[in-house]
Design a protein around this ligand. Structure first.
Ligand code: NDP
Ligand code: GDR
Length: 370
């Protein structure tokens, strides 16, 4: 039975990857941070009582900013594969916490690599590093491939640039099986609430249920190559099953503006949106609606712009070239954007229907922070 260690196990990708590896018969170990509130919502359905006889999913307290616990966990687990998914992963927040981001996302990766080296596991343990399309930053060429030069545009991307190169360096210096997956944006109903797709699908669900009037957004012109996290964790696993360690772009090859994602999400709940204005003046209005409850709301402004959500330096256009991963990994995404948007909106509508019921019963559980 292979053993995998996942940092960032409580995050979106950690949850889907754990499911995938358990289904393949792995013993999975996850690193979770200590927090004052439980932070295991995304993996609670996979929980196994440690008192049972055969437990193949185990959690360890740890943090990427603490070498001592990383060394101890890696020594205890002796993993065949490490997936380093842990990170302060929010681009805008990285402008507010740049030093911590560098420590967790940049030096954290070094700590993992060095722990494997110090423990004499260089020939046993394969390492997957969660690299990102944010490395491309300011557009140099499109579509972006493994050969496209990097130009990071945020403290997050700069930290991930260090992580990318230290992974390459340990591979070349010590012959380690260490690989970068350069993943373009991938989303799901488990996506963090403040990333743009989930913020939109939550907002649309609340507006459709009459729990909120308006959604405030940042740059609607940004374009992203969005895929489904379920497809992307499969690529992570495939990268570590190859004969030689290499870096791969994982993307759909299709790019879509934020504005269009908003339009698609409203369409799922039967609301047609019309945009007018440009930049910070832009607004989205209800143009038509298939739901009789909304008939009085034609013309209502449901999308506004809040300059707070603009970034000091923006990544305007991402579109990946997945030719290498398709040819070598035989990787093919199963979801398209329409299916992804639908799954996310439907899931959030269900979530907020439950919260609406609780609210009507006198419990105020709606979280207003976006
Ligand atoms: P999430 O933000 O959903 O999850 C991040 C995970 O990292 C969480 O489990 C979080 O713990 C954990 N974490 C944060 N800081 C630390 C730390 N100091 N020590 C240990 N763990 C920590 O991210 P995703 O699942 O979306 O992404 C996974 C990885 O892939 C990240 O590295 C991200 O940067 C990268 N990536 C993501 C892409 C995407 O589109 N989703 C695209 C390309 C790369 P907690 O739950 O306690 O907060
Ligand atoms: P990104 O994702 O920065 O690409 O990083 P995010 O969803 O935060 O932003 C995508 C684009 O949407 C624009 N935008 C807004 N973004 C947010 N969060 N909130 C808004 O209100 C809003 N309005 C417009 C942004 O400016 C941006 O252009 C994600 C993370 O998962 C990273 O960890 C990962 O490395 C990359 O994807 C690939």
């Amino acid at each position: 039975m292979k053993k995998a260690l996942i940092t960032g196990v409580t995050g979106q990708d950690g949850a889907y990857l754990t499911e995938l590896l358990l289904s393949k018969g792995y013993e999975v170990h996850g690193v979770k941070r200590r927090s004052s509130l439980l932070n295991t919502n995304r993996i609670d359905h996979l929980y196994q009582d440690p008192h049972e006889q055969k437990v193949n999913f185990k959690l360890h307290y740890g943090d990427l900013t603490d070498s001592t616990n990383l060394i101890r966990i890696i020594q205890d687990v002796q993993p065949d594969e490490i997936y380093n998914l842990g990170a302060m992963s929010h681009v805008q927040v990285s402008f507010e916490a740049p030093e911590y981001t560098a420590d967790a996302d940049g030096i954290g990766t070094l700590r993992i690599l060095e722990a494997v080296r110090l423990l004499g596991l260089t020939q046993k343990t394969k390492i997957y590093q969660a690299s990102t399309s944010e490395l491309y930053g300011l557009v140099q060429e499109v579509p972006q491939s493994e050969k496209t030069p990097f130009y990071p545009r945020s403290p997050y991307a700069v930290a991930k640039l260090y992580a990318y190169w230290i992974t390459v360096n340990y591979r070349e210096a010590y012959g380690m099986f260490a690989c970068n997956g350069i993943l373009f944006n991938h989303e799901s109903p488990l996506r963090g609430e403040t990333f743009v797709t989930r913020k939109i699908t939550r907002g649309v669900a609340k507006i459709a249920l009459g729990l909120q009037d308006k959604l405030y957004m940042g740059n609607l012109d940004a374009r992203r190559d969005w895929g489904h996290a379920k497809d992307y964790v499969e690529a992570m696993w495939l990268i570590l099953q190859q004969d030689s360690p290499e870096d791969y772009v994982i993307a759909t090859g299709i790019t879509t503006p934020v504005r269009e994602f908003i339009r698609m999400a409203f369409a799922i709940v039967g609301i047609e949106i019309e945009f007018s204005g440009t930049g910070v003046d832009e607004k989205g209005f209800i143009k038509s609606c298939s739901d009789s409850d909304f008939n009085g709301k034609i013309g209502q402004e449901v999308v506004g712009i809040d300059p707070r959500y603009f970034r000091p330096t923006e990544v305007e256009l991402l579109i990946g070239d997945p030719s290498k991963s398709k040819a070598r990994l035989k990787w093919e995404p199963k979801y398209d954007l329409t299916a992804l948007v639908k799954e996310m909106v439907v899931s959030d509508v269900e979530l907020f229907k439950r919260e609406k019921l609780l609210k009507e019963a006198g419990y105020n559980v709606l979280n207003q922070y976006e």
